[in-house]
Design a protein around this ligand. Sequence first.
Ligand code: SDX
Length: 392
Amino acid sequence: ATGAITIDPGYKNTGSCKSAITFLDGEEGILRYRGYAIEDLADKANFLEVSYLLVFGELPTSAQLEKFENDIRKYTLVNEEMKTILEGFPRTAHPMGVLSALTSALTAFNPKSVNVENEKEMYEAVCKTMGKFLVIATWTFRRRMGYPLNYYDNTKGYVDNFMRLMFELPTGPYKMDSKVVAALDKLFILHADHEQNCSTSTVRIVGSSHAGLFASISAGVSALWGPLHGGANQAVLEMLQEIHDNGGDVAKFVLKAKDKDDPFRLMGFGHRVYKNFDPRATIIKKAADDVLTALGVDDPLLDIAKQLEKVALEDEYFKARNLYPNVDFYSGIIYRAMGIPVEMFTVLFAIGRLPGWIAQWKEMRTSKEPIGRPRQVYTGSPSRAFKNIQDR
Ligand code: SDX
């Protein structure tokens, strides 16, 4: 017999684990990775440095960081047979569905399960995942565009490679824009971890059955895909485009978002934990201005986003519910300015969130968490006698 079971839909007031990785304070709008403020990390560190911090717990020395970057390069070649799986998808397939499938398929080519107690094996699994995931993530775009697939260039950096893997064409060298790479590096840092969000909780619970790291990450990709979670960055751009196409009347859309009978929500607004500004949104909003200025892009959707934010922040309904712009509200504006198609926005979120998923999976496994298996309150039929089909 069990004690009284309390139901907590969406686990709004349930702690699933103890964790030493990320700290959030929703009231104060504080976000720290391993104790370091997100503002400092976004400003002074790079994405691989932050990835190392999240997974191994300390900021790397320059020697450790250089070794990490080189060790990732050992695994950036993806088995050619993975292309057969990729080519099985129609070009119109959503990149997140393709990425989840390809991530799970990596298990077929790397079947040996990780002995998490063995530090060397765990370190190699981290490097392998960081290396291969970036390549297959960009392959989802190349497939969609009908472009040939690119390979990681081991003479270049991780984020540089992302831009090359995505946009370099056989017709000529890709012209890297250092401002774009710097902005992307910062965006990946801002997305790197966020304690027990929906996709991270998914990665932890799948991993708690001792399913492999690729299988767990693949499940995380699927959870992130949802428009209420990482898929919101795509939904924000589609919403801004709709407002623009409807003459830019933001007040009308704010009204719609408040209408209980209308399923429309203001995408990119609200958060389960932040009941104040999402500190990442503040940084991304500034980065959006900087990147668009640097690229000489004048995007009417950015102006609409700012108007929408202003109207919503002054609106009683939103204020009463502490609804502020979240990480997804401005990020898509930057991706769009970089020429990244809207269907790829959530894939970029996944690339940023990968080290967080790995760190949380590793923590869950090394702390020997039990298999995740919540209870329920039964509300179905009481016991009843079977009825033969002729009597039904
Ligand atoms: C991410 O968890 C994480 O940390 C996630 C993330 C991460 O880094 O991993 O931060 C990334 O997923 C950011 C969130 C991206 N999603 C969106 O932008 C989608 C739009 N936002 C909402 O769907 C919503 O705000 C959530 C999903 C983010 C949070 O939902 P909650 O905490 O379950 O809140 P709720 O749905 O219970 O809403 C509370 C009230 C409700 O009104 P009432 O029933 O009390 O009258 O606020 C309303 C909601 O209707 N509301 C909104 C709204 N969000 C909440 N109304 C209009 N527009 C919105 N965006």
